[in-house]
Design a protein around this ligand. Structure first.
Ligand SMILES: Cc1cc2nc3c(=O)[nH]c(=O)nc-3n(C[C@H](O)[C@H](O)[C@H](O)COP(=O)(O)O)c2cc1C
Length: 351
């Protein structure tokens, strides 16, 4: 049995558990990352941030560089295709207080691949290595890279590109062993993760289809990966992180679900502002309230409300006992003043 509470490290960065919360565009806001840390993720990641956006000082893009005191260790993920621009962006990531700079060499979305960024780099190992080496020279924090298996179905390109990136200075690799073409269909082939682990002498993180403690244990044991990454299974379900790390399957009470969701809503409104948050949050209502926790019409009702204040009132009316829990949670987490960079935040992408 693998102990997920065993600490490990990427270079000098110590990571307290062997569970990493996945970077997800349109999902991995600060509230998501802070919640992930509270529920046992040893490392959390920002969604992918555009290097071009940073170069042009795009206000929304710069918002991705907000780091709160209770998110560490935190990786901020960059995407781009120009070594010089990416190195410059990596310096800003370091200055913002991230513990790691992560590079997205896996995004399959056309908007990104057509610019030569994301998964396209798997077809251009020389450029991919040049990016890693420029960034490793530019910053003191470790550089990690997140890859897909390759562009085409059945591709094994990650086994060629991965070791080159390590030679170029990558201190860790994350593999999501689907092809870019597959997007999120089919299954993640972790036999490939095991092969990658045997080829490199840096920690490898296994991403893809980790949905339970049994799956996490099996993937860690059969691949030799340093950690597992959890993405979709944690959407509206931080309890699964606790279960994976500690082994206790636990269905939360209605009060707990409402308390976590209300806290999530409040923090996201503070981060994005009411107008953007109210649209952004709609998908989270289904994620939290689904899984048989609340009747379907309740979610539909929330999605139609026009302000997050009304959403909060309606949620608390459905589980009044949640109020006490919310107060306790709010008193335990650091307040907004500890956010080190006061910047707005932006959304969208993929990987
Ligand atoms: C909505 C969504 C957005 C994503 N955005 C990113 C991203 O910005 N960067 C990245 O490296 N991967 C991204 N991914 C991929 C995940 O990090 C992860 O590798 C993938 O979902 C497989 O893991 P899972 O089966 O645990 O979800 C995204 C995935 C989803 C579902």
């Amino acid at each position: 049995m693998v102990d997920l509470r065993e600490p490990w490290s990427i270079g000098p960065v110590e990571i307290p558990t062997r569970l990493v919360l996945a970077p997800m565009a349109g999902v991995s806001v600060q509230a998501f990352r802070r919640q992930g840390r509270r529920f046992g993720a040893g490392l959390v990641c920002s969604e992918m941030v555009s290097c071009a956006g940073i170069e042009h000082r795009n206000e929304r893009t710069l918002g991705y560089l907000r780091v709160a005191s209770d998110e560490h260790p935190l990786a901020i993920q960059l995407f781009g295709s120009e070594p010089r621009t990416m190195a410059e962006a990596a310096r800003m990531v370091e200055a913002a207080g991230a513990d790691l700079v992560d590079l997205n060499f896996g995004c399959p979305v056309r908007k990104v691949t057509k610019t030569g960024a994301g998964a396209t780099l798997l077809d251009d190992p020389a450029r991919a290595a040049a990016i890693v080496s420029a960034i490793a020279d530019a910053v003191d924090i470790p550089v990690s890279v997140k890859l897909r298996r390759g562009l085409r179905d059945g591709s094994r390109d990650c086994l060629v590109v991965g070791p080159r990136l390590v030679e170029a200075g990558a201190a860790s690799l994350t593999l999501h062993p689907r092809s870019a073409r597959q997007m999120y269909t089919g299954t993640a082939d972790h036999a490939l993760t095991a092969e990658l682990v045997s080829l490199v002498d840096v920690p490898v993180i296994a991403s893809g289809d980790i949905v339970s403690r049994a799956k996490a244990q099996a993937v860690l044991a059969t691949t030799g990966a340093a950690a597992v990454m959890v993405g979709r299974a944690a959407q509206g379900n931080p309890w699964v992180l606790e279960e994976i790390v500690d082994g206790e399957p636990r269905e939360p009470s209605r009060e707990e679900v409402v308390a976590e969701l209300v806290l999530f809503v409040r923090e996201t409104v503070r981060e994005l502002g009411e107008r953007r948050a109210s649209g952004f949050l709609k998908k989270f209502y289904g994620w939290y309230l689904g899984r048989g926790r609340f009747p379907r019409p309740f979610k539909q009702e929330l999605v139609q409300l026009s302000s997050t204040e009304e959403v909060e009132r309606r949620l608390i009316a459905a589980a009044p006992g949640a109020l006490e829990l919310i107060e306790r949670l709010e008193s335990e987490i650091p307040s907004g003043d500890e956010v080190t960079l006061e910047l707005p935040i932006s959304i969208y992408g993929g990987g």
